[in-house]
Design a protein. Structure first.
Length: 317
């Protein structure tokens, strides 16, 4: 009985192992067949090469073969203006960089000069615009923190008023530096900005009638804000408001006290006076009260004459 049990166990193991092996072989064959079908259905892609920067390149840098390299790129998906080989890039002469390039970034014709040309600032100006240079100092130039590529507002200051004359003006260069990737602050003496022909005339005229200051805008902000000219009167009002807010509160003056009424009898005349409680002396006259009715009773006022008004100041009593 034990021998039969052992034989059955061995047969079960052999059959199970054979089933697992056969199933694995079938799955491998099915997967391989599916992969062959997918490869057959995949469109054929031909690769070419694309010239990219091999190192960081800045404005004005002259290109050589050591600064570029070729990488595989789909032949039908080359960017417009790209160069497929280094020979195509340098075949007509050396080129210079107009816009900053990072390693691995494709070299496009729009970011480079023509063959044999130098990197001039004029190539950075957009169509229809002009470049204007402004005199600045460490204060007017935002402490040297304005860099090429930043956007600023231009403020004209005269003896009487300060006014924003242009908004969202692009900085082309600081002194002789036009590298937009520069991160080092520069205390500049001149700033070259890009402006339309009309705006360029405004800037030239403004420099002759006052001083210009640059107001740095937040990166990405393009909405024009509403400004009004600020004059000396606005500063004076601000100072008066600040002084009023800082001054201690003053208690309101107490209302003047009411007048006191004084009756004076001279012989048979009874006169009424209104006398202020402060500063002394009568201040005004008031109408005399009505006479009490005559009676036969004796009293201090029984034989008094009709009331008369008091004499005016300076008249004889």
């Amino acid at each position: 009985m034990r021998a039969n049990f052992k034989v059955m166990i061995v047969l079960a193991l052999v059959c199970g192992g054979g089933a697992v092996w056969a199933g694995g072989r079938w799955l491998d064959a099915a997967s391989a067949a599916r992969l062959r079908e997918i490869e057959a259905e995949r469109p054929a892609v031909s690769f070419a090469t694309l010239v990219v920067a091999a190192e960081p390149l800045r404005f004005g840098a002259m290109l050589d073969r050591g600064a570029v390299k070729e990488i595989p790129w789909p032949a039908g998906d080359l960017p417009p203006g790209a160069f497929s080989t280094a020979d195509a890039l340098f075949k007509d002469g050396d080129r210079a960089v107009l816009f900053p390039l990072e390693p691995g970034e494709p070299l496009l014709a729009a970011k480079l000069t023509g063959p044999g040309e130098r990197a001039a600032l004029s190539r950075l100006i957009s169509d229809g615009n002009r470049a204007v240079t402004l005199r600045v100092n460490d204060v007017a130039g935002v402490g040297g923190l304005v860099l090429p590529g930043d956007r600023v507002d231009v403020v004209l200051t005269t003896a009487e008023v300060a006014e924003v004359i242009l908004q969202d003006v692009r900085i082309l260069s600081i002194d002789q530096m036009a590298d937009e990737k520069s991160t080092e602050p520069v205390l500049a003496h001149t700033v070259t900005v890009e402006a339309s022909p009309e705006a360029a005339q405004k800037l030239v005229l403004a420099q002759s009638i006052g001083s210009l200051s640059l107001v740095l805008r937040r990166a990405g902000e393009v909405r024009a804000a509403a400004f009004r000219p600020i004059g000396v009167a606005d500063l004076t009002t601000a100072r008066q408001t600040a002084s009023a807010e800082a001054a201690p509160a003053v208690a309101p003056a107490a209302a003047p006290a009411a007048d006191a009424t004084v009756w004076v009898r001279r012989a048979t005349e009874l006169t009424q006076y209104s006398v202020p409680t402060r500063n002394g002396g009568p201040s005004r006259r008031v109408p005399e009260p009505p006479m009490p009715p005559q009676s036969s009773a004796s009293g201090p006022f029984a034989a008094a004459a009709p009331l008369t008004s008091a004499p005016a100041p300076g008249e004889p009593q």
